[in-house]
Write a protein that binds this ligand. Structure first.
Ligand SMILES: *[C@@H]1O[C@H](CO)[C@@H](O)[C@H](O)[C@H]1NC(C)=O
Length: 478
């Protein structure tokens, strides 16, 4: 009996021990799995990628006297969606407009044409009907006394313009009261023979015109067949914030305007040309600005002119791609779920790359896109696929899970800089039943690569134009 008991005990202990070992082993692999998973995957509460119905104000990021709120055109923080200017495009519309913007950028170099008076009919016709002018706006003041205007900020254009009274030919509907130069004590026309007028031709792609009686310089700029602004080129006091004004700012006073500007009053041009806001204010802000685009359309980001302290930002030199407007970016590689994709660096260098605040979806060389998509699909294999939408061909139905694992994606830039994209920079959420990989392919590897605004979400993006470099920092805003 005692023997039986003890042997029984021994066997039991042995079994327990084995169980313990096995359990321990199981726990160990699970932890390893989890660790590896956490390094290479975002664990995301899928609802957090959807905008909420109310606006949540900004709490993060630099606040200098030259900091403006950045607001999404179609989100609940936007006043542009009210009453008379209510324009709420579908996601399909937004993505189709994005295709037009990319066509426009790819075709941008075109022959110049002379502007005659305020006529838009002599603007060269471009392929494509409309152009997305970017989704984010800021509010600045124009004139004395100042009028508040909501302007789309656009690193992909140079000329700043707003619709102007008396709207001699046509103005589209805008939410703010239309600026009237005759009610401002600080407005001046630019005359035709000045160097300011002459430089319009390289900024807009059209030769400026001249008003016969007053010798006022006439600009014209088009963003596709159906979007344009034509008017007088003027100087005016620009109020960036209550504490910060720019005198004698050159801008287009649009007398004939048409397009999908979403109820905004015009554009704030932040490109590289001498006529852009960045270059005109170089003595004041030293050609430095930074912004953060929020993770959803219901949050507020920021746009700051001048340097800020942000020691978490990593810098990569600008590349020479992108003509005289765009900011060139030196993309050297992409990593998905911890594995560097096998894409030769010449794939990115052949067409060159730019960063653009107005393009929604990043466009990659087709060779790079297919490798990225395959790696992403592999990481998403446990989720049911959903139908494609417009240019987005890799979509999932994530409505069955509250928390989802998304393969991490990081970009490597010249100067040994690697930038992790947050989940909001990887996915385009149409509905929870249709969540898509927010990348698309160009037609050809030799086409210009464009780093779009979904991928820039929540990153602090710092343009140090005089220093010849651009910086990225994680978590610049929510
Ligand atoms: C600017 O030129 C336009 C066009 O000739 C004219 O109608 C307007 O009165 C001028 N404004 C000023 C302030 O000179």
């Amino acid at each position: 009996m005692p023997f039986q008991i003890s042997s029984f005990l021994l066997v039991s202990i042995a079994i327990l021990f084995l169980c313990f070992l096995e359990n321990n082993f199981a726990i160990e692999t699970t932890w390893e799995d989890i660790n590896r998973h956490h390094q290479n995957f975002h664990l995301v509460q899928i609802n957090s990628l959807l905008p909420s119905s109310s606006c949540s104000s900004s709490t993060k990021g630099p606040k200098t006297k030259s900091t403006l709120d950045v607001i999404h055109k179609h989100g609940p923080c936007s006043q542009l969606n009210n009453g008379k200017t209510k324009i709420l495009p579908t996601h399909n519309d937004i993505l189709n407009i994005d295709k037009e913007r990319v066509n426009y950028i790819h075709n941008k170099i075109s022959k110049n044409k002379k502007m005659e008076e305020l006529d838009s009919s002599n603007l060269p016709a471009k392929s494509g009907s409309l152009i997305g002018s970017g989704n984010y706006f800021v509010v600045v003041g124009l004139g004395s006394p100042k009028r508040d205007l909501s302007l789309i900020f656009d690193t992909g254009s140079d000329l700043t313009w707003t619709q102007c009274q008396p709207c001699a030919r046509s103005c589209y509907k805008q939410q703010d009261e239309i600026y009237d130069p005759s009610k401002s004590t600080s407005y001046q026309n630019i005359t035709c023979t000045t160097s300011e007028c002459t430089q319009l031709s390289t900024a807009t792609g059209n030769e400026p015109g001249c008003a016969k009686l007053t010798n006022a310089c006439i600009y014209g700029i088009q963003y596709g067949d159906q979007s344009f602004s034509v008017g007088y080129f003027g100087r005016e006091r620009l109020t960036v914030t209550e504490k910060d004004t720019v005198d004698g700012f050159l801008f287009g006073c649009g007398q004939n305007n048409q397009g999908l500007f979403g109820g905004s009053a015009g554009l704030l041009g932040l490109g590289r040309h001498p006529i852009s806001f960045v270059q005109q204010t170089s003595l004041k802000y030293h050609k430095t600005f930074s912004y953060c685009l929020p993770s959803t359309s219901s949050a507020i980001g920021h746009l700051t002119f001048g340097a800020t302290s942000n020691n978490y930002v990593k810098y990569t030199p600008f590349s020479t791609a992108g003509s005289n407007t765009f900011y060139g970016l030196d993309i050297v590689g992409i990593t998905v779920a911890g594995t560097k994709l096998s894409i030769s660096s010449s794939t990115f260098s052949s067409g060159g790359a730019i960063i653009d605040s107005g393009t929604v979806i990043t466009r990659l060389p087709p060779t790079a896109y297919s490798v990225l998509r395959d790696a992403f699909k592999k990481g998403m294999s446990k989720y049911p696929p959903a139908s494609a939408l417009s240019l987005l061909d890799t979509c999932y139905d994530l409505s069955g899970s509250e928390m989802v694992y998304i393969p991490k994606i990081s970009f490597a830039f010249g100067g040994d800089v690697s930038v992790d994209l947050p989940a909001s920079g990887i996915l385009y959420v149409v509905t929870l039943k249709q969540v898509c990989l927010a990348f698309a392919a160009n037609h050809d590897d030799s086409d210009l690569t464009i780093f779009g605004n979904v991928q820039q979400r929540t990153l602090e993006v710092v343009y140090d134009v005089s220093g010849g470099k651009i910086g990225f920092g994680s978590g610049g805003c929510k």
